[in-house]
Design a protein around this ligand. Structure first.
Ligand SMILES: Cc1ncc(COP(=O)(O)O)c(C=O)c1O
Length: 459
């Protein structure tokens, strides 16, 4: 067997150069999935470096997701992996625990609102019979008009024929990937991204290439570099789950210019988009021909109605119709109608404002408790991103919090493809039933943050 000869860049510490060379060799196919790497000793002799340098480089490449070490058997290039398919469980309320791990809409009593909408629906003779039939692929024109009018108030200027419904954004994402012909391909996304994308891509045999991000989200240089090196057709950005980053207008324009140059379609996941009071324009409003925009009433009104919407560019509308027809014929007309009742009577705005008000109070609690830590929170956000102090790793912090009765989402859940796992956790402030529970959890987390990890957590 011939030994692999890495090409080092000559810039920076040797171990980093070697880790980069490993990543490049895997990306270009020089090193194949499942291939065994030279032993630490053999590579150290070949490069005239210490064994410790090779060990450090292999550890770094393993941390970045390129390699896997099997005890006693050597180091191997990771098999082309699909993203993990997570079987998400909605945890039932447990008085002994405070959950901060999932973005659930803040509970609001919907009984009266639901009854009013049903009464209005039943008050129109024959209406319910129509809604119980098969419908057009994108709902009724009157329903699309109501949603478009409502969206105008949130900065969107769209024609009703661009609008399709979905069973929430998760289903919108599935339909969009189908319409873009992405099944079985590799798509681009932010290096830290929404885990629901990973679960979906696992089932669709889609691989993810996670791109570098900063405080503003996706880095244009990383996108440009990926587009130069591979034949990608689809990009999926969020607003941003998990890091809370929101791209500025200038950043959005840069990203759109690159996508236009390389003919990339963007699936813009804006499910959290109506929650902040102020935000830069959605990508779809800047370049409607490049973007499928996903929105939903799950976060601002009701998750259980399962009504979301998609703004679809002209050239993909037929493919979207086929995706909807092929998967479910239509989106449940009664649920769309109830949503439209809430939109046209002002009920949806009331729920949104209430959600914003509570999130504002909770954001203040966060800022108050975590002043001295590296916490990122954007107004209107359902979650915060806590970058851990030096002594903590995400998994050990999640374990310690769990032992204290607090559920958190570790940063590793969000790392797509080969993107390094961050030493950070996501805290969903919308999840607790009341501000008092959140306050209690934040006090406990602060104590843990200030302590050292228990030694038994490291295994
Ligand atoms: C970024 C993102 N996309 C999509 C979804 C799913 O939204 P929906 O409930 O509308 O399917 C979520 C839910 O948390 C999310 O955070």
């Amino acid at each position: 067997m011939t030994i692999w000869h890495p090409t080092l860049s000559g810039n920076g510490p040797i171990y980093r150069q070697l880790a980069e060379a490993i990543a490049n060799a895997i990306e270009t196919g020089e090193l194949q999935p499942g291939q065994r790497l030279p032993t630490h000793r053999a590579l150290a002799d070949q490069l005239s470096v210490t064994v410790g340098t090779v060990t450090r480089a292999y550890n770094e490449a393993e941390h970045q997701g390129w390699l896997t070490a099997r005890i006693g058997a050597g180091t191997y290039v990771k098999e082309h992996g699909l993203e993990p398919g997570i079987d998400w469980q909605i945890r039932q309320p447990n008085p002994d625990r405070i959950e901060l791990w999932q973005n659930l809409p803040i509970l609001q009593d919907k009984h009266d609102a639901f009854r009013t909408a049903i009464d209005a629906l039943l008050a129109t003779p024959g209406r319910i019979n129509t809604l119980m039939e098969y419908s057009s692929v994108n709902g009724e024109q009157s329903q699309r008009e109501i949603v478009c009018q409502w969206l105008t108030r949130y900065g969107f200027d769209i024609q009703q024929d661009q609008l399709f419904f979905s069973f929430g954004s998760q289903n919108g994402l599935l339909l969009s990937l189908m319409a873009c012909g992405a099944v079985g391909e590799t798509i681009l996304c932010e290096g830290l991204t929404y885990p629901g994308l990973m679960t979906l891509c696992h089932s669709l045999r889609i691989q993810l290439k996670g791109l570098a991000i900063d405080e503003e989200g996706l880095l244009p240089e990383a996108l440009e570099k990926a587009c130069q090196s591979g034949n990608y057709r689809t990009l999926y950005p969020t607003i941003h789950n998990p890091t809370t980053a929101i791209m500025s207008l200038a950043r959005r324009q840069q990203i759109l210019a690159i996508c236009e140059k390389y003919k990339i379609i963007i699936i813009e996941d804006d499910v959290h988009g109506t929650l902040p009071e102020h935000r830069p324009p959605a990508l779809v409003t800047l370049s409607p021909q490049l973007v499928i925009h996903l929105g939903s009433f799950a976060k601002n009104s009701s998750a259980g109605l399962r009504v979301g919407y998609m703004i679809v560019p002209k050239q993909l509308q037929q493919a979207m119709s086929i995706a909807v027809r092929g998967s479910s014929w239509m989106i449940t007309p009664v649920m769309i109608e109830l949503t439209c009742q809430w939109l046209s009577t002002g009920q949806a705005d009331k729920m949104l404002l209430n959600q914003r008000k509570i999130l504002k109070e909770r954001g203040e609690l966060l800022r108050h408790h975590f002043r001295e830590f590296n916490i990122r929170y954007s107004d209107g956000g359902m979650h915060a991103w806590l970058v851990l102090p030096e002594q903590w790793r995400a998994q050990s912090f999640v374990q310690q919090a769990d032992a204290a009765g607090i559920g958190l989402a570790g940063g590793d859940l969000f790392a797509a493809g080969h993107y390094p796992s961050p030493h950070a956790v996501r805290l969903s402030i919308s999840h607790p039933v009341c501000n008092t529970s959140l306050d209690e959890a934040l006090v406990k987390l602060k104590q843990i943050l200030k302590s050292d990890p228990s030694p038994h957590l490291f295994i």
